[in-house]
Design a protein around this ligand. Structure first.
Ligand code: AMP
Length: 297
């Protein structure tokens, strides 16, 4: 019987740091490799694709579900962020996770907690400029989780492009021996990137949100057709989104894919990053733009 044959092995839920540690120690003693997927829960097919990739590449798969308060601003959706615990645990088990780490806020941040991790430069721009403190919270919780899980590989979505880049840099600079794997963005058939926050959208807002993918795909098509003028590419991104009434642009830019530095002319690897507000909901998306040698002229 293979690991995936029914009945599925029930997932072990580690409710505390101590619980998680004993499971991790057992896996390491047995010489097993560990794959780790950090999430905030409200799991969807995008998260499942990360868990399945970890399942395919590692002996033991750990998923964390933790709505991390330090990455939310005071006026953001920390309180109302969805927390469907039983459904999430079932999704983890069905996707092949072995252990779900489901800590409490007090366990991760005991009273008086005061240690934070900052990745300078990258934390303050784009998503970080709109959400001050967000990446400090992300870097801190991911460092803590990495130290706890001691994974061989950790899986992140390209959906949060700036986040995966920041985590790659942080992991390298802190000499954390975990390999970062970035997985492609899963989309609904109409192009909307899957996100736990899509649940907030009314059906009208969801239609408005489709402008993100339309704008990104439009830029991709322009590049395919030979357009290399960065200002024109950039303008098309903004035009497609601002044509939709009721959508507020936080940013819509084309930047260097490796550094997120702003550009004055097209370079071989760029990324288009877009963030909008539709009603009370923020949506982000991105697309890596590669100029092929043949087309680049
Ligand atoms: P979150 O629960 O939103 O913190 O996301 C947990 C992980 O899932 C992050 O690495 C995200 O980038 C990734 N993720 C979220 N949405 C998607 C998606 N649509 N496709 C692929 N990965 C995703």
């Amino acid at each position: 019987m293979t690991r995936r044959d029914p009945p599925l092995t029930p997932v072990v839920v580690a409710e505390s740091v101590a619980d998680l540690r004993s499971n991790v120690v057992r896996a390491h003693r047995g010489g097993q490799t560990i794959g780790f997927v950090p999430t905030m829960g409200a799991l969807h097919a995008g998260h499942v694709s990360l868990i399945e990739r970890a399942r395919a590449e590692c002996d033991v798969v750990v998923v964390s579900i933790f709505v991390n308060p330090t990455q939310f601003g005071p006026n953001e959706d920390f309180q109302r962020y969805p927390r469907p615990r039983e459904l999430d645990l079932k999704i983890c088990g069905d996707a092949g996770a072995d252990i779900v780490f489901y800590p409490t806020v007090d366990d991760m941040y005991p009273p008086g907690y005061r240690t934070f991790v900052e990745v300078q430069g990258l934390s303050e721009i784009l998503e970080g400029a709109i959400r001050p403190g967000h990446f400090r919270g992300v870097a801190t919780v991911v460092t803590k989780l990495f130290l706890l899980v001691q994974a061989d590989k950790a899986y992140f979505g390209q959906k949060d492009y700036q986040q995966q880049l920041l985590i790659r840099i942080m992991t390298r600079e802190l000499n954390i021996p975990t390999e970062i794997v970035t997985c492609q963005t899963l989309r609904d058939p109409d192009g909307l990137a899957m996100s736990s926050r899509n649940a907030y959208l009314s059906s009208a807002e969801r239609v408005q949100g489709l402008c993100l993918w339309r704008a990104l795909d439009g830029v991709r098509k322009l590049i395919e057709a030979g357009e290399r003028d960065l200002a024109k590419l950039q303008q098309s991104l903004v035009d497609v989104i601002s044509a939709i009434d009721g959508v507020v642009i936080d940013y819509a830019v084309i930047v260097d894919a490796g550094t997120l530095a702003s550009l004055t002319a097209a370079v071989p690897e760029m990324v288009a990053l877009v963030a909008i507000r539709v009603g009370k909901t923020r949506l982000i998306d991105n697309l890596v733009l590669r100029l092929t040698d043949r087309a680049a002229g």
